[in-house]
Design a protein around this ligand. Structure first.
Ligand SMILES: Nc1ncnc2c1ncn2[C@@H]1O[C@H](COP(=O)(O)OP(=O)(O)OP(=O)(O)O)[C@@H](O)[C@H]1O
Ligand SMILES: O=P(O)(O)OC[C@H]1O[C@H](OP(=O)(O)OP(=O)(O)O)[C@H](O)[C@@H]1O
Length: 238
């Protein structure tokens, strides 16, 4: 059962609403359009839709198509990159989205974060070369990461100054090449760290897939969106 159940996660809503302006929905009144994150979350999200009773055979067929109407439901599925899921939901061209908490934390934005789906589990962690003392030196630590906002917020909470360097992938290379003292990155099994002689110093935040909802759609399509969420809930339980 996901943390927080299927009611609105009040804390997350408050976070997400900071600086929010009303967003006009761009989707048809009789359609609920859901943006799904392609890649790692895709298979489990599609499995969830299937166990929730949706006919996803066209999506399962495998194609380069990006928008799919689910037969007899009024639900449309859009496949997008993680950060773009948030962009489409914020702008109201998609009513809902499924996206990792990592992307939500890094990109932020104005939307409701309504459900923790409980899959796609991993965590943000601070890691470095085995035996290295990141906190002990006299100089400002250099942290390499794909997630500079998450990294800055983490060290701000510690009242610590750090220099961040943005890396686009295989972040584990940065301490090995002596570009950085440590990294903030996603850890799932820990294999990538282990095979590169790195270790976790501290966990930063847990991550899992979340359902997000456009601010205006949540009001204008309340019943339809609640129905989809209830169906996803039944799919999770099934
Ligand atoms: N080991 C993992 N590494 C990265 N993301 C993971 C992992 N396990 C689960 N996830 C979740 O899967 C989501 C999608 O990850 P995926 O690697 O498919 O896309 P991405 O982060 O946009 O990377 P890329 O730019 O390589 O496509 C992440 O945002 C995260 O929530
Ligand atoms: O703990 P593990 O199970 O080893 O998983 C963590 C690794 O997976 C992700 O990388 P990804 O495969 O997305 O490649 P990237 O680093 O190029 O983004 C993440 O950035 C770590 O490198």
């Amino acid at each position: 059962m996901p943390a927080g159940g299927f009611g609105i996660d009040v804390e997350s809503v408050a976070e997400s609403l900071q600086g929010a302006a009303g967003t006009e929905t761009g989707t048809r009144r009789d359609t609920v359009r859901i943006a799904l994150t392609k890649g790692r979350l895709e298979k489990k999200t599609l499995a969830l839709l299937k166990s929730a009773g949706y006919d996803i055979s066209e999506l399962e067929a495998g194609s380069r198509k990006l928008i799919f109407a689910l037969p007899d439901t009024g639900v449309e599925i859009v496949l997008a990159k993680a950060a773009d899921v948030i962009t489409y939901v914020e702008h109201g061209v998609c009513d809902m989205g499924v996206v990792g908490k990592d992307t939500i934390m890094e990109k932020g934005g104005s939307f409701y974060e309504m459900v923790d789906l409980g899959f796609g589990k991993c965590r943000f962690a601070l890691a470095t070369k085995k035996g290295k003392d990141v906190y002990g030196g006299y100089q400002t630590p250099v942290i390499a990461t794909k997630y500079p906002a998450v990294t800055k917020a983490f060290f701000n909470r510690k009242n610590m100054d750090v220099e961040t360097i943005k890396i686009e992938g295989s972040v584990e290379l940065a301490p090995l090449l002596e570009l950085a003292d440590a990294i903030v990155d996603i850890v799932e099994t820990g294999t990538t760290l282990k095979e590169n002689g790195l270790e976790v110093i501290e966990d930063v935040a847990p991550i899992s897939a979340r359902v997000i909802v456009n601010l205006a759609s949540a009001k204008l399509k309340k019943a339809a969106i609640q129905k989809v969420i209830a169906e996803l809930e039944s799919g999770l339980e099934g």
